[in-house]
Every structure is written in structure tokens, then in C-alpha cells.
Design a protein around this ligand. Structure first.
Ligand code: ZN
Ligand code: FE
Length: 254
């Protein structure tokens, strides 16, 4: 099983620092900068061997070069966006598996937020690194993709086992919840998550990771094909892509 540390940086980003205990390999997921990562690795006596990037935004790759210069690590990132991933060594694409020590990641190509976004699923550790595609009770903005692309991407992640831990790249859950209850007010799972997150945040705890099962029940962006959500926004019987597009549009201006 992977040992995973969560480092909160900037306003609301998470960097993940994780170790595969058999090999001692250590990976950083989506570092905006180097210092807090190098500091924690030093304190833990972990030697960084890899960076895994989900997409090219600076708050996910800004630390690549400094960490690589300090450690000589291998940088893994999306083949479809290799030009925009600083220092990339290994390009991965949909369906690829990547061996990280004795652990193995399966790569999902999940365009929508950006045209090259990928996610890493570690089946053996029930861990999904979803970047800015799937958040707790939210999803990424459609900067470079269409609603159809994002709905397809989210639908594929949604099909993973419900016990999967969703390690997303931002602590956006409270603001996502405020929006979600506005479009899906009668969803009991959403109300339950709202209460849980309020309790966690009030004592300074993270709301991330959540489980995929919780997200499937409560995240409106995973529920565009749920008749209750369509009904709640006056779109009964409409195509899930249209419902998804409408929910995303409302969130953009919420
Ligand atoms: Zn992003
Ligand atoms: Fe981001």
C-alpha cells in the first residue's frame, strides 16, 4: 500500500507526497513549487524518485524543474500535452500502466479541464489522483474541452470501485457544496456530506480525500444522468450531456 502525505499549499492546492514501501520509490503529485515538498521529504528521510503530473497548469507543474534539479527524479506526464509539461521524461496515455516501484498506476485520459489532462489510478491502493478533473462535490472548469468530453471523462472515473479514495488537487469542497445544494437540494447524501465537511473544516481538517462512492451519490457533476437532478433543474428527460452542460454553466456564474 502507498504511504500518502497531503501537503496544503497556496490558497487551496494539495500536493501529494507518496512512498511505495517495498522499493522505497517516492513520488510527488502535481507540485506548484518545490520547497514544501523537499522539506517534508527531508524530514521523512524519503528520497524523491518521481513526479507525476496530471496537467500543465502552473499550480500543478510549477515545482517540476526545481524538484528535478534537487533530486534527479523522473517526471511522468500526459503524452497529449508533453510540450507543456516542464522537464517531462515519460509520456503516458490512456490505458497505459506505469510501474511506480511495486505499485502500478493505470492512466486515464480525461480531457475537459485541459485538452491533455490525465488521472492516475493505483488499483492496489484504491487511490485515484484526479487532478482538476474530479473534485469533491465538483469538477474542473472547462478551459479547453467540451461538456461532452468532460462528461465522458467523469463517467469513466465514476466507474471505478466505490471504495476508491479520490485525491484531488484542490480543497474546494465547501464552495462546491454551496453550489451543489442549490441544484440538488433534496439529495440526502449531499446533505450528509455537507454536514461532514462543515465539521471537518471547522476544526481545520481536510475534506479530501473522499470516496468515489460518496462522490457518485452526492456530486452533481457525476449525477447528470440522475432523473432527480434533471428534475430539480427543470430538465427532465434531457440528454445527460445537456444536463451536465447546464450544471457546469450555472456553477461558472454561481
Ligand atoms: Zn488546473
Ligand atoms: Fe489546479
Amino acid at each position: 500500500m502507498l504511504q500518502i502525505h497531503q501537503i496544503p499549499v497556496l490558497k487551496d492546492n494539495f500536493i501529494y507526497l507518496m512512498r511505495e514501501p517495498v522499493s522505497g520509490c517516492v513520488a510527488v503529485v502535481d507540485p506548484p513549487m518545490a520547497a514544501p515538498v523537499l522539506d517534508l521529504a527531508l524530514r521523512l528521510d524519503w528520497k524523491i524518485t518521481h513526479i507525476l503530473n496530471t496537467h500543465h497548469h502552473d499550480d500543478h507543474v510549477g515545482g517540476n524543474i526545481d524538484i528535478k534539479n534537487a533530486t534527479g527524479c523522473t517526471i511522468v506526464g500526459p503524452a497529449h500535452d508533453f510540450e507543456r509539461i516542464p522537464g517531462i521524461d515519460v509520456q503516458v496515455k490512456d490505458g497505459d500502466t506505469y510501474d511506480f516501484g511495486k505499485a502500478q498506476a493505470t492512466v486515464f485520459f480525461v480531457p475537459g479541464h485541459t485538452r491533455g489532462h490525465i488521472a492516475y489510478w493505483f488499483k492496489g491502493s484504491a487511490a485515484l489522483f484526479s487532478g482538476d478533473t474530479l473534485f469533491s462535490i465538483g469538477c474542473g472548469r472547462l478551459f479547453e474541452g467540451t461538456p461532452q468530453q468532460m462528461w465522458t471523462s467523469l463517467s469513466r472515473l465514476r466507474a471505478l470501485p466505490p471504495q476508491t479514495q479520490v485525491y484531488c488537487a484542490h480543497e474546494y469542497t465547501e464552495s462546491n457544496l454551496r453550489f451543489a445544494v442549490s441544484v440538488d437540494p433534496n439529495n440526502a447524501a449531499l446533505r450528509k456530506r455537507e454536514a461532514e465537511v462543515r465539521a471537518l473544516r471547522s476544526v481545520g481538517k481536510f475534506s479530501v480525500p473522499s470516496t468515489l462512492g460518496e462522490e457518485c451519490a452526492a456530486n452533481p457533476f457525476l449525477r447528470a444522468d440522475a432523473p432527480e437532478l434533471a428534475a430539480a433543474i427543470g430538465m427532465t428527460g434531457r440528454d445527460p450531456v445537456d444536463v451536465f452542460a447546464e450544471v457546469r454553466k450555472r456553477k461558472d456564474s454561481f
